[in-house]
Write a protein that binds this ligand. Structure first.
Ligand code: FES
Length: 85
């Protein structure tokens, strides 16, 4: 692109499991040619395709089931029996 040395690079922050945070304002061109504009200082762009406000994040990505942690007991799993016998 010409003129890219004349201005600072736009910063995009990738949130793991979440949106892309882009310094605004932004214009987003969708595949059908529709242009969506947002003038916020930081714009969250949906990367999961679940947003009802696509291309903008509406936090729908948070509804995903969380992976189980090793320290949490598994439902239906018997607790270990200690000191009996
Ligand atoms: S990244 Fe947040 S709704 Fe898709």
């Amino acid at each position: 692109m010409s003129g890219s040395a004349d201005r600072a690079a736009t910063r995009v922050v990738v949130v793991p499991g979440g949106p892309l945070l882009v310094e605004g304002p932004v214009e987003v061109v969708l595949p059908d040619g529709t242009v969506r504009f947002c003038d916020r200082p930081v714009v969250a762009l949906c990367a999961c395709r679940r947003s009802r406000r696509y291309p903008f994040c509406d936090t729908s990505h948070r509804r995903r089931a969380r992976p189980e942690r090793a320290s949490e007991p598994v439902v239906g799993q018997a607790e270990p029996v200690v000191g009996q016998g």
